[in-house]
Design a protein around this ligand. Sequence first.
Ligand code: B12
Length: 225
Amino acid sequence: MNDELKSILYNEGVDIIRFVDISEFPINQTRGFSKAILFCIGLSKKFIKDIYNSLPTDSDEFLEKEEKMEKLADWISEYLQKKGYNAYAQSEKNNIEHRYTERGYIDPKMQSGISPLPHKTIANISGIGFMGKNNLFITEEFGCALSMCTVLTDAPISVEKHPLTASKCGDCNVCVEKCPAKAIHGNAWTYQGGRESIIDISKCFCVLKCMVNCPWSLKYANQEL
Ligand code: B12
């Protein structure tokens, strides 16, 4: 089944796919599922450079790719259900729908569109990268210039779990300097510290500067085609 899902997702333009063991998380986050399908799509090099250079862009590629990943998650979930398995797409649409019907599953402190089990948490135990000081998940291949989504399931897929990869941000504080909202504190992400220790998310106005100024994203964007 892993190969079948890989083939569907790669055909849809997904760049990274992982099958992740999420059994360590509490039931209020996993909805009782022990497996997750994580998939990510990289943003184009042009889009990253345009935002980096503050040039006008034809469209919001991040939003478009985010929507594409979310629709794909809904589709994969339906596909698995039609095959007789249980599945739950962690798309914003689905999470919001379930917030009202299964209120008890969602942390009451969480606000609109929030995932019970954040994609970045799943990505972080998938072995493909690490959490950056910018509160984004950073991969070797695309830096943090990617959009991702996840599907929770009981389908017969083989899953993996990796130890958390330590931050490779080192002394780099570019995201702190470039954030126009001054939202990022400059601390390395830790399991214990959580989001509040690295960012004041209430200040964020989604300009993507933390993403495109990250040296890991620029390394990808500046690679020769
Ligand atoms: C809501 C949301 C926002 C809100 C946040 C406000 C709020 N009220 O929470 C706003 C609109 C401000 C926002 C802004 C941005 N967002 Co946003 N956002 C989300 C969303 C939908 C939910 C996030 C959530 O659940 N937060 C709850 C907190 C608790 O979790 P978290 O901060 O996401 O992640 C924490 C955990 O993962 C934990 N963690 C990490 N590893 C591990 C491992 C273990 C074992 C454990 C226990 C925990 C753990 O640490 C993280 C710490 O902060 C996710 C998609 C999703 N469903 O996950 C996208 C998402 C996180 N956003 C994303 C992006 C790109 C952005 C923006 C750059 C721009 C944008 N959307 O236009 C900015 C960046 C801000 C920043 N630097 O953090 C991407 C991140 C991609 C990446 N490379 O990491 C995501 C994954 C969307 C996607 N489809 O790809 N976002």
